[in-house]
Design a protein around this ligand. Structure first.
Ligand code: CTP
Ligand code: MG
Length: 228
């Protein structure tokens, strides 16, 4: 059984909308709802767990209750950091779930092919993440603004969500991180610390995380010619 955890408990500070960005409408539909509908279209997905702020749970519930076509869902309260929100979602997953995907609620443009590839990768390897090759050259820069190094571009990948894991691997990774006081910027970084190999599967350049105001215009444009 596949459960998907959607961290949606952020403040959306960089979006500067004065509220949680996942509640903003994109082409007439709240962002978080678009994201849940994408996953609901994938046959292998069994359960949706939305993790959000305590004061947003009632509103989200209303929206989901009046939306047809969603897979079984539940809403749980998040934490002060994304990692804690994911941990709360993980604790709420159905006992039968053996594969857990984590996907930012703020990525509504994810394709079904990417979702399926991550599920397949998690089943086969235990840990799989969606990513795309970096297009730009990326440099390591110190706090003085001086370039320290230029890693070869062919080794650099831009990591997205979904990230998928066998449940026990993600549980162990979260427990270890909590014990060590380690805070990662994605879920795979917690798994990497266990020494478990994390496999990269093909994401999509359109699978952007809506982060700053101009991302809304980019997403609206991408939605217009979306076929999948
Ligand atoms: N998130 C979460 N719990 C937190 C922080 C973030 O569930 N404590 C979620 C966000 O809602 C978002 C995803 O994690 O769907 C990715 O985080 P990010 O893009 O950083 O969103 P925000 O934290 O909301 O934005 P910002 O960092 O600009 O405030
Ligand atoms: Mg954030």
């Amino acid at each position: 059984m596949v459960s998907v955890i959607f961290p949606a408990a952020g403040q959306g500070r960089r979006m500067q909308a004065g509220k949680n960005k996942v509640l903003l409408e994109l082409a007439g539909q709240p962002i978080f709802l678009r994201t849940l509908l994408r996953f609901s279209a994938v046959p292998r997905v069994d359960e949706l767990i939305v993790v959000t702020g305590a004061d947003e749970m009632a509103y989200m519930q209303q929206v989901l209750e009046r939306t047809p076509g969603l897979k079984p869902w539940r809403i749980v309260a998040g934490g002060s950091e994304r990692q804690y929100s994911v941990a709360n979602g993980l604790a709420a997953a159905d006992a039968q779930a053996d594969i857990i995907l984590v996907h930012d609620a703020a990525r509504p443009l994810v394709s079904q092919a990417t979702i399926e590839a991550v599920i397949e990768g998690a089943c086969t390897y235990g840990a799989a993440i969606a990513a795309v090759p970096a297009k730009d050259t990326i440099k390591v820069v110190d706090s003085e603004g001086i370039v320290q190094s230029t890693p070869p571009r062919r080794t650099l990948w831009l990591v997205q969500t979904p990230q998928g894991f066998q449940r026990d691997i993600l549980l162990r990774a979260n427990e270890q991180a909590a014990q060590d006081g380690f805070l990662g910027t994605d879920d795979a970084s917690l798994v990497e610390r266990l020494g478990v190999p994390v496999h990269v599967v093909s994401g999509g350049y359109e699978n952007i995380k809506l982060t700053t105001p101009e991302d809304m215009r980019v997403a609206a444009a991408l939605l217009q010619d979306k076929t999948d």
